[in-house]
Design a protein around this ligand. Structure first.
Ligand code: E4P
Length: 217
């Protein structure tokens, strides 16, 4: 499973990259605003800065919601760097844009996906990635992981190549369960990625090994 980090914070991106397990980055307008990145020029520069830190795909989200403007904005984003993947919302004009981008060799990430039907449409339109938001479903007492399993089943039935990018990851168990189900990618915060490291038996075991080594040296 590929690991993407879901942030626009350059220090966190660097830290995840240095850990050696990072395959890409997802951002969204809220994550950009959180880092104080506002205004078109600053936002575009920030995407390039991110691409220079990581080796993998970097999702850059369009703000436009009508077809012509999504295409214009998406083409501008795609030209920034060859690691850019254009993030398009799951709306009617977004589906049309996914098809257009797919026909024109521009890679896409279909975002704000909350149902298997939406994921089916994204795959049919040729999206490179589909982003089901599992944490936000859990937040409203709906089983987010079940959606990942449904999409996996549907895509495998027909051999769709769209990659399932489990998004809105809240904690380590989301990552582990997504891996069990067979999500292609997960995107989460640095905390959830580093949370996978932790086990009390590792800590106590290491403490004892080091103490025993010191006894003999
Ligand atoms: C995905 O691409 C989104 O940026 C993200 O995962 C949303 O997560 P949130 O529900 O924590 O905002």
């Amino acid at each position: 499973m590929k690991f993407f980090i879901d942030t626009a914070n350059l220090d966190e991106i660097r830290e995840a990259q240095e850990l050696g397990v990072l395959d890409g980055v997802t951002t969204n307008p809220s994550l950009m605003a959180k880092e104080g990145i506002t205004g078109r020029d600053k936002i575009l520069k920030h995407y390039v800065d991110i691409c220079e830190i990581v080796d993998g795909d970097v999702s850059a989200e369009v703000i436009a919601t009508d077809f012509d403007k999504i295409i214009k904005e998406g083409e501008q984003l795609a030209e920034l760097h060859d690691q850019i993947v254009v993030k398009v919302p799951m709306i009617e004009d977004g589906v049309k844009a996914l098809k257009y981008f797919s026909d024109n060799g521009i890679r896409t990430n279909c975002t704000l996906v909350f149902s298997a039907g939406q994921a089916l449409l994204a795959a049919k339109a040729g999206a490179t990635y589909v982003s089901p938001f599992i944490g936000r479903l859990d937040d409203i007492s709906t089983d987010g992981l079940n959606l990942i399993a449904e999409i996996r089943h549907i895509y495998d039935n027909y051999g769709y190549e769209t990659q399932i990018l489990a998004a809105s990851i809240r904690h380590t168990m989301h990552i582990i369960n997504c891996a069990k189900i067979g999500a292609d990618v997960m995107t989460g915060g640095l905390d959830s990625i580093k949370g996978l490291l932790k086990h009390p038996l590792t800590d106590s075991g290491l403490e004892k090994f080091l103490a025993d080594y010191k006894k003999g040296n």
